[in-house]
Design a protein around this ligand. Structure first.
Ligand code: FES
Length: 287
């Protein structure tokens, strides 16, 4: 689907957690054809009249109603302005942008892992996976119980397991502590969250095949010919895909303001991402 510039009408705005909002917009052109992992670039303002643009993952998209939602935290002028927009007002949105998650058609069990606002990056994948008849487990990590994403906003079919740093809800510790319990169950994993969380998951994923004793017994894939790194085919075969959070400028690949270091050189989060196979990213900066 090609990207469009859309005038999206705010139809619902609610604070779901301290400082975190979910807003729903009527934008049928975006609700039809958007895929999990993609994002919109929203033109916001501030009260001095400055125009700002901010990227937001598409949180949900319902082609039947033409509604898409986004989930954000107030972190500055642009998002503060967003939270004050009234129902019935319209915002300019450019989208859908970026490359989506790629689920292997053979995968039956999907492990989704989110830290904090990273839920915004994987939320729509839960809907897609349930719709496609896959089993979904969502692992979620937050500082404390007051920051835990409400289970009522997730599909009933998904299993939801929580970790909090202070132990006030669920497992006490990091969400990454929970992953080893699921790595034999999961066919693929998809994550969004703070960089250290993603780096830890990439590390776990890299050792997974050996721990499970499948290093030599894995399915034969693609007749032995490796797919090019970053290609849709290679991503579809990756055990772990990550959605990278990054500040952006243009959001359409022109300014390099969103670059992260990949194993083969810089990657633009807005263009080559925001979703990457974990092994495309240089998690340890090379010296
Ligand atoms: S934000 Fe400009 S190249 Fe990605």
């Amino acid at each position: 689907m090609t990207m469009r510039l859309v005038s999206a009408e705010l139809v619902d705005s609610r604070q779901i957690l301290p400082g975190q909002w979910v807003q729903s917009f009527h934008a049928p052109e975006l609700a039809i054809g958007s895929r999990a992992g993609q994002f919109v670039h929203v033109r916001t303002g501030d009260y001095s009249g400055l125009v700002l643009r901010r990227p937001f993952s598409i949180n949900t998209a319902d082609p039947a109603t033409g509604i898409i939602s986004i989930h954000f935290r107030i972190v500055g002028k642009g998002t503060d302005w967003m939270a004050r927009v009234r129902e019935g007002e319209r915002l300019d949105m450019l989208g859908p942008l970026g490359r989506p998650f790629e689920v292997d058609p053979r995968s039956r069990h999907l492990l989704l892992i989110a830290g904090g606002l990273g839920m915004a990056g994987i939320r729509m994948l839960a809907d897609e996976a349930v719709r496609d008849g896959r089993q979904v487990t969502i692992l979620f990590g937050a500082l404390s119980a007051t920051h835990v994403y409400p289970s009522s906003l997730l599909p009933d079919e998904a299993e939801y397991v929580v970790a909090t740093d202070d132990g006030s809800l669920g497992h006490r510790g990091y969400v990454t502590d929970l992953v080893p319990d699921y790595e034999a169950w999961a066919d693929q994993a998809f994550a969004c969250g703070p960089h250290p969380m993603l780096a830890r998951l990439a590390d776990l994923a890299a050792g997974r095949r050996e721990r499970m004793g499948v290093a030599k017994l894995g399915r034969k894939r693609g007749g032995g010919k490796a797919d090019a790194s970053g290609s849709t085919a290679a991503r579809r075969k990756a055990f772990l895909q990550v959605s990278m959070e990054q500040t952006m400028g243009c959001a359409v690949g022109a300014c390099l303001g969103c670059a992260v270091m990949g194993v083969d050189g810089p990657l633009r989060v807005c263009r080559e991402g925001p979703v990457f196979a974990a092994d495309e990213i240089a998690w340890q900066p090379r010296v």
